[in-house]
Design a protein around this ligand. Structure first.
Ligand code: AQP
Length: 329
């Protein structure tokens, strides 16, 4: 069975972009692939966190993985810090990643260009840790949203470099970026990605938003004055983004069919249909999320997942340290 690995860093509440760009694919793939889905709590602290809030977000992330349909009997779900090998291989990957490569990573550059002060060293080097997260488990594929593709490509480059230097150490993973929904944009500013760190809170639909709030966000999404539902990201970015969301939540309905469905109708009708789809999804997720809270399944999932992940990661780290010449016995 081919293996797949992906993670989410709960620096805040998970949102519709995380679901459409990543989470729903983990769920789709779990019958066909050996899925490893982790909660990237080391990556969370690359930006300042409130300890109480972080704890809640981590727990919510596991609950949402389960509520969205990940099955712990099929997928291995674990917390990054429960497998210490991530940090250790992360350091080794750091030592094999060039500063020129890290300088090219757009996520760090974006934050820097916004003039954010006191960015941490961890944020700068996080692609090296992400390389370790991936390579520890020798996955065939890494499903990611578009923004993370560059980091998987860096992982490949560093892995190939280390394979040349030390012999065949790592399997080279492929990024898997979906055709639809790989970059869901902010509803209030469709030139920006939908992000947890949305300062206005209006452009981002959180999976735990109450339905009234979520509907309101969709109904007030920024569109244009062209008044026809047409897929054209350049000239109609807001409408095209809503079409991406609608398609993703309706069995990847082709854009041409969506255009036909809303031919001659106003944006109000279209937004209502998008809001109905979003609310139906959120309602189902939140119903399961509430059941999960008191079931004890979160603790069991993490304990079992960590044991399975650790067994694989220990062996991989040993192999790497041995090849580099770091071990004596
Ligand atoms: N807007 C998005 N559209 C599609 N996919 C997305 N992903 C994130 N945002 C979108 C995908 O979700 C997975 C987990 O991402 P992450 O939460 O670990 O990191 P991120 O991409 O940095 O997410 P945010 O929300 O933008 O976080 P902040 O605001 O803290 O920087 C990844 O596969 C990602 O591609």
């Amino acid at each position: 069975m081919k293996r797949m690995l992906s993670g989410i860093k709960p620096t805040g509440q998970l949102h519709l972009g995380n679901y459409i760009g990543a989470l729903r694919h983990f769920v789709e793939y779990q019958d066909e692939y050996d899925v490893f889905a982790f909660i990237a709590n080391l990556h969370c602290i690359t930006v300042p966190q409130d300890p109480k809030e972080l704890k809640k977000n981590l727990r919510d992330c596991v609950a949402l993985y389960l509520a969205c349909g990940l099955d712990p009997e099929k997928a291995t779900i674990f917390l990054q810090t429960d497998v210490k090998e991530h940090a250790q291989l992360g350091y080794i990957m750091n030592c094999h990643t060039y500063m020129g490569e890290l300088n090219r990573m757009t996520q760090f550059k974006d934050k820097q260009s916004k003039g954010e002060k006191n960015l941490s060293g961890g944020l700068y080097t996080y692609p090296a840790l992400m390389a370790a997260d991936i390579l520890l488990y020798s996955p065939d594929y890494v499903p990611v949203g578009e923004d993370q593709k560059q980091h998987v490509e860096l992982t490949r480059d560093v892995a190939i470099r280390m394979n040349h230097r030390y012999g065949d150490l790592f399997k080279i993973p492929e990024p898997l970026v979906a055709k639809v929904g790989a970059r869901i944009m902010s509803l209030s500013d469709p030139s920006k990605k939908m992000s947890k760190s949305d300062a206005t809170n209006k452009g981002c639909i959180y999976l735990l938003d109450d339905l009234k709030t979520a509907r309101k966000k969709v109904m007030s999404a920024v569109t244009d004055n062209l008044a026809h539902v047409h897929y054209d990201p350049e000239n109609q970015p807001g409408v095209s983004n809503l079409m991406q969301i609608y398609s993703s939540l309706n069995h990847e309905k082709p854009f041409a069919d969506i255009e036909k469905e809303f031919d001659g109708k106003g944006y109000g009708d279209f937004k209502k249909a998008v809001a109905d789809s979003v609310c139906a999804l959120l309602e189902e997720i939140q119903r399961k999320y509430n059941e999960i809270q008191t079931s004890g399944i979160i603790e069991k999932t993490l304990t079992d997942g960590a044991a399975k992940a650790r067994a694989i990661a220990e062996k991989e780290l040993d192999k790497v340290q041995e090849a580099i010449g770091m071990e004596i016995i």
